[in-house]
Design a protein around this ligand. Structure first.
Ligand code: S3P
Length: 414
């Protein structure tokens, strides 16, 4: 099977195409609600972004100085990546804009991105709770060295993009390595990006080349089907052409540690990313321990891993994952409450959770809390023979994986 294009790379491909000099062709772009949010904001900033639902999306870049102030609020929908990365771009471009979003996004923390942008000389106003609406007034920015308290690729990327567009040097130190798509994609477009351990810096150069992108399949979307196959709820599955960037496939490493059969096909380089197929088959699964150092590489997959853990023998314990509380929902609370509602044994930790697996049938209704990954993770658990799970709002899958329910119906074993 194939899964849709990678969400992180799709956001960046559109943004960097709009900022590049010349024509960029994007193949395999994810066409989902979150990417529509990025496209909509870029259009409001003057970029010409064609409809996203074609095999090849062609963008004529405006160059690093080409964006203009929007006439209305920038609605980022449900998308944290759109908000934080575009805030960096707006600040760097010296523009004035107000970012808004849905209830889930509006509750999410924006100080983490406001503070470094302010330290560069932008003015940023947040709602009292530290979230949206967020007004960004850019200006001539100065360079910055920033030590981020949170391991966040979005914060790192916002600072790098602000530096790129304002043409000032920036250096970001992270507490743990996070996904490095921004760095790889900037480098592929001629920007001077240097990485030294957990520090990444941008050296001004005042240009960004146009580049074509072949977006690989999203390993975060693939994880749901890897989980389905690991649970024996489908035939063994080969998922073609996903990004196997080591900072993205922590969940596949964990599934293997739980006992699932996980093997990779030959990998190929594609626009600075390694791409390969992965084949997953079932086996007796056992509980595992997941600690802080592993979390960034599987942060989005923890809902799925917790659902798999509910069918594994013994205890699974996740710590160092407090970031889960500020995703599209408080995922620690949402996972544990939903597992319990189905009759599974789970408990919250301040920075993680504990799940004790069993093979008794799980039955009940799951609340998605406007969170696509909660909907899909419990959809996988519901596909296991003997379970009977109703998802209150399955439509949220469209945020990152619009064809998820069709794909699940096709591959689950009846
Ligand atoms: C993303 C970074 C992560 C991840 C999100 C996508 C990105 O968020 O959870 O789904 O594309 O940079 P944080 O930067 O908040 O960890």
């Amino acid at each position: 099977m194939r899964v849709p294009g990678d969400k992180s790379i799709s956001h960046r491909a559109l943004m960097l195409a709009a900022l590049g000099s010349g024509r960029s062709r994007i193949r395999g772009l994810l066409c989902s609600a979150d990417i529509e949010s990025t496209a909509g904001v870029l259009r409001a900033l003057g970029a010409i972004i064609p409809p996203l639902d074609s095999a090849e999306v062609v963008v004529e870049g405006l160059g690093l100085r080409g964006l203009r102030a929007p006439a209305a609020d920038l609605d980022c929908g449900n998308s944290g990546t759109s908000t934080r990365l575009l805030a960096g771009i707006v600040a760097g471009a010296g523009l004035h804009a107000r970012f808004t979003g849905d209830a889930s996004l509006s509750a999410r923390p924006m100080r983490r991105v406001a503070r470094p942008l302010e330290a560069m000389g932008a003015r940023v106003e947040l709602a009292e709770h530290g979230g949206l609406p967020m007004t960004v007034r850019g200006g001539p920015l100065r360079g910055l060295t920033w030590h981020s308290e949170v391991a966040s690729a979005q914060v790192k990327s916002a600072i790098l993009l602000a530096g790129l567009v304002a043409d000032v040097p920036v250096e970001v130190h992270e507490p743990a390595a996070t996904r490095d798509h921004t760095e790889r994609m900037l480098r592929a477009r001629g920007a001077d990006i240097r990485t030294d351990g957990l520090a990444v810096s941008f050296v001004p150069g005042a240009r960004l080349d146009a580049a074509d992108t072949e977006v690989p399949g999203d390993p975060s979307s693939a994880a749901f089907f890897a989980g389905l196959a690991a649970l024996g709820a489908s035939e063994p599955l080969t998922i073609e052409a996903i990004s196997v960037n080591p900072l993205r496939i922590g969940a596949l490493r964990v599934l293997r540690r739980m006992g699932a059969r996980v093997t990779y096909g030959a990998s190929a380089e594609q626009g600075g990313e390694s791409v390969a197929s992965v084949t997953v088959g079932p086996s007796a699964l056992r509980g595992v321990t997941i600690t802080a150092d592993e979390v960034p590489a599987l942060i989005d997959e923890l809902p799925l891993l917790a659902c798999v853990a509910a069918r594994a023998e013994g205890e699974t314990r996740v710590t160092g994952a407090e970031e889960l509380r500020v995703k599209e929902s408080d995922r620690i609370r949402a996972i544990v409450a939903n597992l319990r509602a189905l009759g599974a044994d789970a408990e919250e930790l301040p920075d993680g959770l504990v799940v004790r697996g069993s093979d008794r049938p799980l039955r009940g209704t799951v609340r998605t809390h406007a969170d696509h990954r909660i909907a899909m993770a419990f959809g996988v658990l519901g596909a296991v023979a003997g379970n009977d799970v109703t998802i209150d709002d399955p439509s949220y899958a469209s945020v990152s994986y619009p064809t998820f329910w069709d794909d699940l119906a096709r591959h689950r074993q009846r």
